[in-house]
Design a protein around this ligand. Sequence first.
Ligand code: GLN
Length: 313
Amino acid sequence: AQKADKNIIQKVMNEAYEKFKNDSRGKNADYIPYLAKVDSNLYGIAIVTPDGKVYELGDSKFEFGIESISKVFVLCLALESNTPEEIAQKVGVNATGFPFNSVTSIELQGKRAVNPLVNAGAMATNSLVKVQNGNSKWKTINDYFNRLAAREIKVIDELYHSEAETNQHNQAIAILLQSYNTIYDDPIMTCDLYTRQCSFGTSAKDLAIMAATLANNGVNPVTKDKIINPQNVTKTLAVMTTSGLYEDSGQWLYDIGLPAKSGVGGGIIAVAPGKMGICVFSPRVDQAGNSVKAIETIKYIAEKLQLNIFNPM
Ligand code: GLN
């Protein structure tokens, strides 16, 4: 049975790739200059199962900006030193229904960030990370990401500079939170750390391993490293389910039924608990900032492999 399962995963992946490789809807995000220059035709798929097997296709090793997908794992890190109740109270865990960089949602939804997967909430969450082993906060974050990806992850310097020069809106959000006492470290420093975490260069393979760590109850299936406390996995998956694709999170859940997270770099991760972590990368994004090809690909794979969490079979 194991062998048949493996063949099916590879087969479904191949089918999806053939079906969507020429889909050219959407366009690269261009509000960050670096992202506009990435080859729009790149397309990579990776799936990792709890037994540590890695399935890959296309540009699965190309390193792209992790962007908002980083928010998921900084939430996991913040949950190491803050209880789930503290995150709910200090950041919030409700869907915003607004774009990822919305100021309106802060004003209308409690004068705080609303949830950890929008920019405001990602910065508030980052501000709650406690340094470990006397390291800097940045090293604490980088070390944690290295363990999750099972290799050394580095910032793409050109992307970081491109974002840092154009992140005034995010700085304004951080200061707005400061005015309401809902950011918990220096706001400009926190915005800079957030900008750096978004500039990590990760491949679809790296992110599928990270997603599979969530699917595998917090244990990295490749290294067997116990990284995320199972209780925190559950909380993180809940936030991904309501808020992983910004204002299109409801539509995504209705169509696909998996906890997920997108980034404007063109990556989307999806987690099928107990079954697999998936990452698809392709730079052309839609109005909400979600990769068009990645949505279509994961939808196809989730249907064929019957991964929808609301399907009781
Ligand atoms: N770094 C990007 C920003 O802050 C991330 C946004 C995203 O991926 N949606 O705008």
